[in-house]
Design a protein around this ligand. Sequence first.
Ligand SMILES: CC(C)(COP(=O)(O)OP(=O)(O)OC[C@H]1O[C@@H](n2cnc3c(N)ncnc32)[C@H](O)[C@@H]1OP(=O)(O)O)[C@@H](O)C(=O)NCCC(=O)NCCS
Length: 124
Amino acid sequence: MKITCGTDIIEIKRIKESIEDLGEKFLERVYTKKEIAYCESKKKQKYQHYAARFAAKEAIFKAISSKLSNKYDIGWKDIEVINDQNGRPHINFLNIKIEEIDEIDISISHCREYATANVVAILK
Ligand SMILES: CC(C)(COP(=O)(O)OP(=O)(O)OC[C@H]1O[C@@H](n2cnc3c(N)ncnc32)[C@H](O)[C@@H]1OP(=O)(O)O)[C@@H](O)C(=O)NCCC(=O)NCCS
């Protein structure tokens, strides 16, 4: 058993500019339909939530290491961050089962300028 962690922080402005410049093309490349629905439901605050999910995906890549992400060729949309009824975020891997991961958990935070995500994984 091995415990690994990954973290990422991102300027919300950067994600807002990508969405404004590239629109659907950017959203559809990075986010799943459920993630887009969640962020869009936040109306004016949506960029914080999009940025948080971008940071989340980067943090997951870091936690599982480049070795595993290359082995499984994981793309942005193979990872989905979904909130439960209490608002707590959870990670879903879509169309992919990473045998080496026993447990994985995430925590997200954002303010007006930055979004951050921390991931802890237990690998076999
Ligand atoms: C849940 C709570 C902690 C979120 O705090 P916040 O400062 O508004 O949250 P941040 O802006 O830092 O982060 C937002 C993220 O928190 C996460 N979050 C929301 N509810 C959560 C919960 N119940 N558990 C874990 N994470 C949660 C989400 O990922 C959210 O981002 P997302 O909507 O983009 O996914 C807060 O709303 C709350 O309920 N506080 C209670 C505090 C308390 O009872 N303290 C007593 C001592 S423990």
